[in-house]
Design a protein around this ligand. Structure first.
Ligand SMILES: [Zn+2]
Length: 234
C-alpha cells in the first residue's frame, strides 16, 4: 500500500537495487505526498492500456521478448501439428540437432560419419535430405504427396517444396509428412547409434505411414483434414 511507503511526512522506501528503482525514487520525490489521508487504490496498466484487473496474458505480451515472425513459422507451428513432431522440425530447422558433425565441431572425439551410410559426415542436410537411406524413405513419401523435380539439395529446397502447392490440403499434407519424416529419421538414427538397432527404410516408412493415418483420422472432424486420408492413401 502507498501508506506503507510513507513514514511520518516522508517517503520511507527500501534501498533501491536497480536503476529502475532509483528512477522511481527520484520520480517520487517530485510529487507531493498524499497526506494527510492516504486513500490507496491500485491501477494496473499493460503498456498504455489500463486493465480493470490483473491480466497475465496482457502482461506477458508486454514483457515477453519478441522476435520478428520467421518466414518458416507456418511450416513448423500450425493447427493440427503434433507437438513432438513440430519441436523436432523446429530444432532441425535451426540446425541445432546434435548431429555428429556438430558434436565433432564442439571438440568431441567421435566418428563424424553418417551412421546410415558411413560415406559422408553426418550433417543435418546429409542426414535428412541427401543420405541414400533417407532418400529411400522420402521416395515412399513422395508417392503420397508428389515428388520435387529433383531431390532436395539443401534445407531451403525442402521448405520450398513443402510450400509450393496451391492447394491448402496438399500444403498441409506435405507439412505433416515432412515433420513425421524428420522425427522418424532422427529416431532411427538415435536407435542405430545408441541401441545398435537398425531398420530398413521400408519399415521406417511403414511407421511413418501408420503415424500419418493416426494423425489424419484423429483430426477428421476438421474440414481441412477430412479429405487428407484419401490424398495420403492414394
Ligand atoms: Zn548417410
Amino acid at each position: 500500500m502507498v501508506a506503507d511507503a510513507i513514514s511520518g511526512s516522508a517517503w520511507s522506501l527500501p534501498h533501491p537495487r536497480s536503476h529502475q528503482e532509483v528512477d522511481l525514487h527520484s520520480y517520487l520525490t517530485t510529487i507531493t505526498l498524499p497526506l494527510p489521508d492516504v486513500d490507496d487504490v491500485f491501477e494496473w496498466k499493460a503498456a498504455n492500456y489500463p486493465l480493470k484487473v490483473f491480466n497475465s496474458q496482457a502482461t506477458w505480451e508486454v514483457l515477453r521478448p519478441r522476435q520478428a515472425a520467421q518466414p518458416w513459422h507456418d511450416i513448423v507451428w500450425f493447427k493440427g501439428a503434433v507437438p513432438k513432431h513440430a519441436i523436432s522440425m523446429w530444432i532441425a530447422n535451426y540446425d541445432r540437432l546434435a548431429t555428429r558433425a556438430r558434436l565433432v565441431s564442439w571438440g568431441l572425439s567421435i566418428p563424424v560419419s553418417c551412421p546410415f551410410c558411413a560415406n559422408f559426415p553426418e550433417t543435418r542436410d546429409h542426414l535428412f535430405l541427401s543420405c541414400q537411406y533417407t532418400n529411400n524413405v522420402w521416395a515412399h513419401v513422395f508417392t503420397r504427396c508428389n515428388p520435387p523435380l529433383q531431390m532436395f539439395a539443401n534445407w531451403a529446397e525442402l521448405l520450398s517444396w513443402i510450400r509450393a502447392p496451391q492447394s491448402r490440403r496438399l500444403f498441409l499434407l506435405r507439412k505433416l509428412a515432412s515433420q513425421v519424416v524428420v522425427f522418424h529419421i532422427w529416431e532411427q538414427r538415435n536407435n542405430l547409434i545408441h541401441n545398435n538397432t537398425s531398420m530398413p527404410p521400408t519399415n521406417v516408412f511403414r511407421a511413418i505411414d501408420r503415424e500419418m493415418e493416426n494423425i489424419i483420422s484423429s483430426k477428421r472432424s476438421n474440414k481441412l483434414f477430412s479429405s487428407l486420408m484419401v490424398m495420403w492413401l492414394r
